[in-house]
Design a protein around this ligand. Structure first.
Ligand SMILES: Nc1ncnc2c1ncn2[C@@H]1O[C@H](COP(=O)(O)OP(=O)(O)OP(=O)(O)O)[C@@H](O)[C@H]1O
Ligand SMILES: [Mg+2]
Length: 449
């Protein structure tokens, strides 16, 4: 039975029969496309999942096929294709959707002008498309399923926001869910943490699962030779992640002393007589807040982080203030990018002791590298709570630019890093002659505020 015929009978079925037809549709072998391994498994799931793997294993085709099948099986289904940045959608996932899933003589039509906003199916189903930086109508109401392309680009809060759009209230399919695909990133990425905690089913896709690269007997195809030679020629971290599919940390890391076994640990706010907030401003890029405990010896511990895009200064200040409920205390100092006078003002207007401060990046990198070193007492002077996934991901992925040790590589996520730089520089860099604030912190900053 073709998809049009299926769509035409669906409205006449009882809910029970629809579930059964849906199950059959999701598991039937495709006429012209073969799915293997977890790519095939993904087509049968109706729960939160992410399909992880190196480049070109067929993850996106599998996820788009799932979405298309749901759209055809459930008249009126409201579905979304989402990526972190809107401008990345068209040339990647939407091209695959138009060319490989819908095809030329499709009964599905795009609406919304030069950049498609939604795709309309003959049975009334819609697939909305958008970036998290410009969600438009993509996420304006409940969805039956949301598919996120390249989930590793999202923050955990982005992902959690998406899951609130698929609680089942849209009601066109038996079970609503959020799913996605990704390439591996650092070993502390929130995707791994969420999967470990049990909230997310993490699936693994391999090159042998892509029938254009390997035939059914497992022999490499001519296309497979070309693709794997190209991926094999990658170097360093990209090769490990995109060729081998490994969730690994960066080579050429700026923080060579970083060791999760040493630096990631839980600690209670009660261990720290002083509490500081470090803040990096952002709107399209994330704004980052770090709550940092300072102990009697001037050791820093990042207790919690907040990492969000599309928040205005008053919302960032409200987030900074709200943590007093979690920690039962106000911070002694809030150190904000000196260039972000608006954010300093917004923090001050809610009663937070905010100051603008900024040092040279290279000085700050040196300070943080020094804080990470394990001292004679067997402890480093900077540690981080296991919940601070963005901080951990950033520090693991943070690399020097093109072979030099003069500046970090451009274009990498460094918002939590930047926030800690303002604070570390404020506390530890020499001020007013030789003295560093940390020489008399935390008593000094406690007295000051
Ligand atoms: N089951 C399949 N049937 C037919 N072609 C496939 C299948 N799986 C993958 N391909 C082809 O292989 C190529 C890569 O597939 P896809 O874009 O889904 O990979 P991916 O795993 O999402 O890669 P990346 O990690 O780079 O985003 C595409 O050209 C696609 O058409
Ligand atoms: Mg893909």
């Amino acid at each position: 039975m073709d998809s049009l015929a299926i769509a035409s009978i669906m409205p006449h079925l009882t809910p029970r029969e629809r579930v059964e037809v849906d199950r059959l549709l999701l598991t039937r072998p495709m006429r012209c496309r073969v799915f293997r391994g977890d790519n095939a498994l993904a087509l049968t799931l109706r729960e939160e999942f992410i399909l992880s793997g190196p480049a070109e294993t067929g993850k996106t085709i599998a996820c788009l096929t799932l979405l298309d099948r749901i759209a055809r099986a459930h008249p009126g289904a409201q579905l979304s294709i989402v990526r972190k940045v809107q401008s990345d959608l068209e040339a990647t996932v939407l091209q695959t959707y138009r060319d490989k899933i819908l095809g030329k003589a499709s009964d599905v039509h795009a609406f919304g002008g030069s950049h498609a906003e939604w795709f309309a199916y003959p049975n009334g189903s819609r697939v909305w498309v958008g970036g998290l930086d410009n969600p438009g109508k993509t996420l304006s109401s409940e969805r039956d399923a949301v598919y996120v392309n390249q989930c590793e680009e999202l923050s955990i809060s982005d992902w959690e926001t998406l899951t609130t759009r698929t609680t089942g209230r849209a009601g066109h399919v038996p079970l609503a869910f959020t799913c996605g695909d990704c390439n591996p990133r650092g070993s502390k990425h929130w995707i791994l943490e969420r999967a470990k905690a049990g909230g997310l089913r993490l699936l693994h896709s391999y090159h042998r699962d892509n029938p254009t690269l390997f035939d059914s007997a497992g022999n490499i195809t001519p296309q497979g030779e070309i693709t794997l030679a190209r991926l094999g020629a990658l170097t360093g971290l990209r090769k490990k992640r995109l060729h081998e599919g490994l969730w690994v940390q960066a080579e050429g890391m700026i923080y060579a002393d970083w060791d999760p076994a040493v630096h990631v640990r839980s600690s209670d706010v009660g261990n720290f007589p002083a509490l500081a907030i470090a803040a990096d401003d952002g709107y399209t890029n994330p704004a980052a807040l770090l709550w940092v405990g300072i102990d009697v010896d001037g050791r820093l511990h990042v207790l919690a982080e907040w990492y969000e895009t599309q928040k205005i200064h008053s919302e960032i200040a409200a987030a900074a203030l709200s943590m007093r409920f979690r920690f039962g205390r106000r911070p002694q100092v809030v150190v904000v990018d000196a260039a972000a006078a608006g954010l300093v003002g917004a923090m001050q207007s809610v009663g937070l002791p905010a100051i603008g401060h900024k040092g040279r990046v290279l000085d700050s990198i040196n300070l943080v590298a020094d804080l990470l070193k394990v001292r004679g007492d067997g402890r480093p002077r900077l540690t981080v709570d296991p919940g601070c996934n963005h901080f951990i991901s950033e520090i693991e992925d943070y690399t020097w630019g093109s072979g030099s040790k003069e500046a970090p590589a451009t274009g990498q996520a460094d918002h939590a890093m930047t926030a800690i730089y303002y604070l570390a520089h404020y506390l530890y860099a020499p001020h007013d002659g030789e003295e560093t604030r940390v020489g008399y912190a935390p008593a000094e900053i406690t007295d000051k505020y």
